[in-house]
Write a protein that binds this ligand. Structure first.
Ligand SMILES: C[S@@+](CC[C@H](N)C(=O)[O-])C[C@H]1O[C@@H](n2cnc3c(N)ncnc32)[C@H](O)[C@@H]1O
Length: 376
């Protein structure tokens, strides 16, 4: 992926023509020479492309971008009759290209077809709703190559924050399944999303978690996902492993392996403890002080450990490798105070490959003991 910056300033549908206006430029990769534009995952045919238009405003604001003085575009694409209506509530994805290499995807949604949850429900799952939903749809497409006909599992789906944008991207023949351990959230998503998008299903899993579901009947480490073997192309978890113990994470990874199709992908957000994040935590630059050992992870809050849990990066990568997951992307987050980041949490993208002939050596007890003694 090449580094690009830009914005989609205007999106208009007139008759059977979609017009896009905006600007896009690279940092160090030369001039943008093409765009790929899709509506709900289907590429649109270009009618006319007017690129390299003057952009003195961009040059003034971003002087170090390549060709910043001539990077505006006006592009026209043909829509078939069904797509004219679909363009209202379907996700338009615009990807700048340089000699076929992809830059950052811009996501556009003209109008949402769903209500937003209450502030109370949103506060139960974190900060932000539509902006976070849009951000993660971009990551799913960009980092995990999510297709609009994929069968998708959202583990710890909460109130359907990620389902919200996905509903405008996935085609009706795609399947979305989400489960969570909080009744109230799953009930809202079922009542508000499923009637408009019947291919979206939400269910409660009564799994114990001291922070989120203290009355839960089942242990996470024993919970069998209610889905058939090899029934999904893509599994994601946003801010869920950050609330689970290591033994539970390992069991969930076993379940991912079971329900993913061969070659299927996962995207997980997490807190990775490594040579960059640990010193930042010690220097009090981190949002979470993940320093208290809990199982084989570290929490910021021993009284309520599932509030925030991180893992040694080597350990988590080892758990993936043991299960035949090949890491395709590792994108560090802002949570610990680092200056360059993709998102707030760290993001891992991994693909179901062959199981290793022999399970690799388990994480070294010596390594862990040294870390606990010396803190790095
Ligand atoms: C910070 S919220 C994130 C919710 C959702 N993924 C999102 O990004 O909007 C964490 C969620 O993980 C869920 N959760 C915690 N432990 C879980 C488990 N063992 N299995 C499934 N979900 C779990 C919680 O109920 C909560 O909804």
């Amino acid at each position: 992926m090449i580094e690009t910056t830009g914005s989609l300033d205007a999106v208009k549908v007139e008759g059977d023509t979609l017009t896009l206006e905006g600007w896009s430029a690279t940092r160090g990769a030369g001039r943008i020479d093409d765009f790929r534009v899709s509506l709900r995952g289907r590429d649109l045919p270009l009618v006319s492309g007017d690129r390299d238009r003057p952009s003195p405003d961009v040059k003034a604001a971003h002087p170090s971008l390549d060709h910043a003085d001539a990077c505006r575009f006006r592009l026209k694409y043909r829509l078939d009759p069904a797509q004219v209506a679909e363009a209202e509530t379907g996700v338009i994805a615009v990807t700048p290209l340089v000699q076929g290499r992809r830059g950052k995807v811009h996501i556009h949604l003209a109008k949402t077809s769903l209500p937003e949850p209450s502030v109370e429900d949103i506060n139960m799952i974190g900060v932000g709703f539509l902006d976070v939903s849009k951000e993660f749809l971009t990551h799913f497409i960009q980092l995990a190559d999510l297709k609009s006909d994929a069968d998708v599992l959202d583990v710890g789906c909460g109130v359907g924050r990620m389902a919200y944008m996905l509903a405008h991207y996935l085609k009706p023949e795609a399947r979305y399944e989400g489960f969570d351990i909080i009744d109230q959230l799953v009930n809202w998503a079922s009542a508000k999303i499923t009637p408009s998008y019947p291919n979206f299903h939400f269910q409660k899993a009564d799994v114990y978690n001291k922070h989120y579901n203290p009355q839960g009947a089942f242990k996470a480490e024993e919970f069998r996902f209610p889905y058939e073997d090899e029934s999904f192309d893509f599994i994601f978890l946003t801010s869920v492993f950050t609330h689970m113990f290591g033994k539970d994470v390992r069991h969930y990874l076993d379940e991912f392996r079971r329900v993913l199709r061969p070659g299927g992908r996962c995207l997980t957000t997490c807190f990775l403890l490594n040579d960059e994040s640990r010193p930042l935590i010690r220097a009090k630059r981190s949002t979470f002080e993940l320093v208290h050992p809990v199982g084989d992870g570290y929490t910021s809050n021993p009284a309520d450990p599932e509030d925030a849990i991180g893992f040694d990066e080597g350990d988590l990568l080892g758990w993936l490798a043991e299960r035949g997951f090949e890491v395709e992307g590792k994108h560090y987050g802002a949570w610990c105070g680092r200056p360059n980041f993709l998102s707030f949490q760290d993001v891992l993208v991994y693909r179901k490959g062959d199981l290793p002939a022999q399970r690799p050596t388990p994480p070294s007890k010596f390594r862990k003991a040294l870390r606990d003694l010396f803190g790095s």
